[in-house]
Design a protein around this ligand. Sequence first.
Ligand code: NAD
Ligand code: KPL
Length: 303
Amino acid sequence: MTWHVLGAGSLGGLWAARLAAAGLPVRLLLRDPQRLAQYHAAGGLTFETDGVCRRLPLPAETLTDRAPIHRLLLASKAYDAAAAARALHARLAPGAEVILLQNGLGSQEQVAALLPQVRCIFASSTEGAFRRSDFHVVYAGAGQTWLGTVPPSPAPDWLGELAQAGIAASWTTDILSRLWRKLALNCAINPLTVLHDCRNGGLQAHAEEVAALCAELVELLVACGQADAAVDLQAEVERVIAATAANYSSMHQDVAAGRRTEIAYLLGHACREAAHRQLALPRLQALEQRLRAHLRARGLPQD
Ligand code: NAD
Ligand code: KPL
């Protein structure tokens, strides 16, 4: 069955290139005819790994083509996922499978509500990729992708195709726990790197601030029924800070490049969940206010 991939960006490109290189049928879904023309002019998707570039002339089409879609990887930013789902609604066959490859939480629920006729599969990934230019994707770091449904259901048989394509993916019966854990890590690290304008390692000079945030995030996770995701959170945050000391967080990179951030689906989601439960988390709420003010001052969206 054909893999339709929406979002010829970093992670969408990374999946599409590896699936196609393994001989599996892949079609890219591009926003409009202009974008499709740019793709054809570029001669396809360039996939760079270990400094070696390979051009893959994958078939592509616009969102408004008519052929039904049975299997979709939706690899947009969280803030674009609902609009993409709306645009594809009519093309998704009943019972189609849609993999939602977004960081944070909130967008998956939005999409699932918009697409009651499909099976939504949530994904959480630690892979690293970036775009060197349009339709040129660089594989920056191997990682693991976790996939699962809410409520849990049996693994699909196409997991074998991911293995064939060299995509390290595992099925989990608790995808929400994975997504919450990653969200908590991102909340403890990313906003502070923006506000202190530092690499991840720079947070070692702000250890008390990080520890206080972790304590509130643990409270939140437990209140949200995600106690497993809270286990040893601070120790893992400190490990990630040390292991990625030389890197700028994704949010820092977005702000530095003047790009919209995924704040609404990370810290924003955490603060909304706390408010919903009337849970007072003053550090987290103050962090959100400071981050919003920082984004506002730079003319960037605050959601
Ligand atoms: P990206 O910006 O590189 O790619 C997203 C692509 O989606 C863009 O090409 C954009 O044009 C396209 N898009 C958006 N709406 C569309 C629409 N309606 N029709 C057609 N195309 C549309 O983003 P990314 O880095 O691949 O990130 C995707 C998600 O994965 C994010 O939530 C991100 O946080 C998460 N993530 C990324 C990485 C990484 O290393 N890049 C790692 C882990 C998680
Ligand atoms: O995922 C990350 C990011 O930068 O988005 C890490 C490296 C974990 C920092 O939060």
